[in-house]
Design a protein around this ligand. Structure first.
Ligand code: AMP
Ligand code: MG
Length: 475
């Protein structure tokens, strides 16, 4: 049985300077790690078909299915604030797009599929560690209701990848609303290719924001999507870790899971990434960094907004300046729900902030403290519970005006997040040939708001020796 996917490739119909057509580099011995059955079904694909040797051969890059038009996308970007005029898919290929039964269009991308003209000094490959990590975390994000790229499948290549030491190679099959990034716009803006910018703008509007109009409509829609996304990240203690403009999708999905992490103990300026020396992408910096990235997008769009540059700058600035307002409202809604307030008002903000500041002062576990509010277990997360008890008095007084605060909290505060030490343990086991912990972790994280008493140990914070201090880029 050959793998057939109902491809309809709109990006491949854009002009040739948007990408390089490229086949995947074949590998020695493809092997299946996982197929995401619920996602396959949502896409209108048969999960059993995706587990066949033919499908595994496609995912590993040894075969190209009918209708696929594999290509590496061109993009640029600011990495840690420094301008890089050409990045592009250096280890990924867009196989093509499919339109799911819900009418939405999705990219099917192979990540780790070999060298492309954008690989620079890289080998175009990925090893099993970052592939499993992205699989686990992106699927956990989806289960939490956070907009994100998804993991459709993962395969091994039967080849060795060198990352300090020999590692087993792997490919992630990634699904995204699209892979258009802020950096895609920057690529053409830097080349003063206004025609390409116009085409890209139309492509993104049609694909993601059909209600919006023109470059300002696009900018407003991306601004709102990013403001909502970052508020969602903040509400789950998620740190992306590498919010370069090439890692910001204009769809508003979380993309490029590298050194990302969910915090254990709450620290507003927490950083995990080994390469983020200055803390540019610390937890608390994510909102201003998102706005900084949007300013880069805005500057790319100026020539499309108005011939008069001053007028264009003014209109673009007004548009992205709505970020703060949308972010604040969404932050309040989410954090209000986390303490049991169904629709929080600005005057509820001090109560939320007081709790966060107590948590920060004592490095209380972010997820367990919030989850514990509904169960009466939150006090146990504080070394000194007295200030929390004082806070809880005012909190209880406020909750007396709420209909069902416990239910609101249980929907806003997950019991299970992909804690770093669990991810590391799953990767370690997979390296030893045991995919059990990886599969178990995915199954638990698929129902993050359910108690799942048999898996209560997965709610635990890392023991002192288990704590993961540093995370690394996939490269
Ligand atoms: P990232 O920091 O993961 O967002 O990647 C930044 C850039 O480096 C992108 O253009 C990637 O395609 C490229 N890149 C990362 N890892 C590799 C690799 N192993 N081989 C080739 N290119 C890579
Ligand atoms: Mg990237």
């Amino acid at each position: 049985m050959t793998l057939t996917l109902p491809f309809d490739n709109s990006y491949a119909r854009l002009p040739g300077r948007f990408f390089v057509r490229q086949r995947a580099e074949p590998v020695r011995a493809p092997g299946l790690i996982a197929v995401n059955a619920p996602l396959a079904e949502a896409l209108g694909l048969d999960p059993a078909m995706l587990a066949t040797p033919d499908a595994v051969a496609v995912f590993a890059g040894n075969a190209t299915p009918a209708g696929a038009e594999p290509l590496a996308q061109a993009y640029a970007g600011h990495q840690f604030g420094g301008w890089v005029p050409q990045l592009g898919d250096g280890r990924a290929l867009l196989l093509g797009e499919i339109v799911a039964p819900d009418g939405r269009r999705y990219d099917i991308q192979l990540k780790g599929s070999g060298r492309t003209p954008f690989s620079r000094s890289g080998d175009g490959r990925a090893w099993i560690g970052p592939v499993l990590r992205e699989y686990i975390v992106s699927e956990a994000m989806a289960a939490l209701g956070v907009p994100t790229t998804r993991a459709l499948a993962a395969v091994t290549t039967g080849e060795v990848v060198w990352r300090e030491t020999a590692r087993p190679g792997a490919v992630l099959v990634r699904v995204a609303a699209s892979h258009v990034r802020v950096g895609t716009f920057q690529y053409f803006a830097a080349r003063q290719d206004t025609e390409a910018l116009r085409l890209l703008c139309a492509h993104v509007l049609e694909r993601h924001y059909p209600q919006a109009e023109g470059p300002l409509g696009l900018l407003a829609a991306v601004t709102a999507a990013q403001a909502r996304l970052i508020a969602a990240w903040m509400s789950f203690g998620f740190i992306h870790g590498v919010m370069n403009t090439d890692n910001m999708a204009v769809s508003g999905e979380t993309i490029d899971y590298g050194p990302c992490a969910f915090m254990d103990g709450f620290d507003p300026m927490k950083v995990f990434s080994s390469i983020d020396q200055q803390g540019r992408y610390a937890y608390g910096n994510q909102p201003p960094v998102a706005l900084w990235n949007l300013a880069q997008l805005a500057s790319c769009l100026l020539p499309l907004i108005d011939e008069d540059e001053a007028a264009a700058i003014e209109a673009a600035t007004d548009t992205i300046n709505r970020f703060a307002e949308i972010y604040e409202a969404e932050w309040l809604r989410r954090f209000g729900a986390k303490i049991g307030i169904a629709s929080a008002a600005p005057q509820d903000r001090p109560l939320i902030e007081a709790l966060l500041s107590l948590m920060a002062g004592q490095n209380a576990d972010f997820t367990r403290t919030f989850r514990g509010l509904a169960t009466g277990m939150a006090a146990a997360e504080f070394r000194d519970p007295a200030p929390f008890a004082a806070w809880a008095e005012g909190w209880q007084a406020r909750l007396s005006r709420e209909a069902d605060p416990a239910a609101v909290m249980r929907r806003a505060n997950p019991a299970y997040i992909p804690r770093n030490h669990r991810i590391e343990a799953a990767i370690g086991a997979a390296l030893g040939g045991d995919l059990g912990p990886f599969e178990r972790l995915n199954a638990i994280l698929a129902r993050p708001f359910d108690d799942q008493p048999e898996w209560a140990a997965y709610q635990a914070a890392p023991a002192p020796g288990e704590e993961v201090q540093r995370t690394f880029c996939g490269t």
